[in-house]
Design a protein around this ligand. Sequence first.
Ligand SMILES: NC(=O)C1=CN([C@@H]2O[C@H](COP(=O)(O)OP(=O)(O)OC[C@H]3O[C@@H](n4cnc5c(N)ncnc54)[C@H](OP(=O)(O)O)[C@@H]3O)[C@@H](O)[C@H]2O)C=CC1
Ligand SMILES: N[C@@H](CC(=O)OP(=O)(O)O)C(=O)O
Length: 368
Amino acid sequence: MLEDRQVKVGVLGATGTVGQRFITLLSVHPYFVIHALGASQRSAGKSYPNAVNWKQTVPIPASVRDITVQECRPEFFSECSVVFSGLDSEVAGDIEATFRAAELVVFSNSKNFRRDPMVPLIVPLVNPSHLAMIPQQRALHSPPLKKGFIVTNANCSTTGVVIPLAALEKSFGPIESCMITTMQAISGAGYPGVPSLDIFDNVVPYISGEEEKIEWETLKILGEVVDDEGTKSFDMHSRHPLRISASCNRVPVIEGHTECVSVRFHRRPPPSPQQVREALTAYTSAAVALGCPSAPHQTIYVHEEPDRPQPRLDRDFQKGAGVSVGRVRQCRVLDIKFVVLSNNVCIGAATSSIINAEVAIARRVIEV
Ligand SMILES: NC(=O)C1=CN([C@@H]2O[C@H](COP(=O)(O)OP(=O)(O)OC[C@H]3O[C@@H](n4cnc5c(N)ncnc54)[C@H](OP(=O)(O)O)[C@@H]3O)[C@@H](O)[C@H]2O)C=CC1
Ligand SMILES: N[C@@H](CC(=O)OP(=O)(O)O)C(=O)O
């Protein structure tokens, strides 16, 4: 029984928005135990409470109060079976690569390795099968690795939208086109994030790099790992090209990204709104089947009320680990349109990394 074991983990970027969420979630985890914390030189050498500007709604967990924050160097994390990273993307690339080279296992939230052809980009409620790429990632590393690897999770807005898209493809086959308009929370930009004078009483219709990430990452996640005589690669949803257009906006919400989505299916006639509601509700993930303790029991909750989901009311449902969909209806231009809400710092960030690690342990990609 995994629950009887203790799996030592580390957190890089432990003082940041995502890092704090990692600590909150890991401190009550049934088998992960926080062993080491890393941040910048500004924080290193201080006890965690002295290093962090704690912004969570629960107190700093007792289990990390006496941990001294370290610089992000592998020697301080050598006893950790898993290292979670919530590092600033300015530094994540070099640090995570150094950790992998030191035979450490890294589950990252940062964008740096998402496009790497050897690195799985995994939304745990959609494509944990992409863990199949890890032996090749280790083998092609110079020198080849025995244990170390990097897995990334997706951009928070990509994560929210790709979960219902995967459910729809599972029931109705390929989606041909998808239009997405996001309304993204301020916490997506880290702390202190967008200045209050820019976001109060306002909407900012631009988030640098976000639209390109949603349009590209979705294809990698919904694609398959193909095996050509032992050489694996990602097919980028190329058998049925999916055209995606995203428009991203920052809105004065603290937590929870809302996205308005319209889709056109390849199949004719397309499914009805009621068939879509049923397919979304029925969708379950491999992570639940594997008994991963952080996976949400209901992957997608479909609201019948006409004015839901709403970030303030729905972002904490199932501890922010699932997604909420509402307003499923016919679209006069494409086929179907709906609204999806996902918690950007939970399933959009820390929770995804944690479930990815749980799946990797359940599938024995990591021996603990
Ligand atoms: N916020 C969100 O909703 C989401 C964020 N992400 C991604 O997760 C990552 C973290 O985001 P977020 O928590 O918002 O960012 P923050 O700015 O809140 O935190 C950044 C963290 O990186 C550390 N850091 C900064 N510079 C260095 C350095 N030179 N060496 C070591 N550590 C350093 C900081 O430590 P210190 O306190 O010492 O400066 C801090 O712990 C980013 O890559 C982001 O894009 C992904 C999905 C969602
Ligand atoms: N850019 C996202 C959060 C984020 O950090 O994205 P990424 O992990 O792709 O850099 C937002 O502002 O809401």
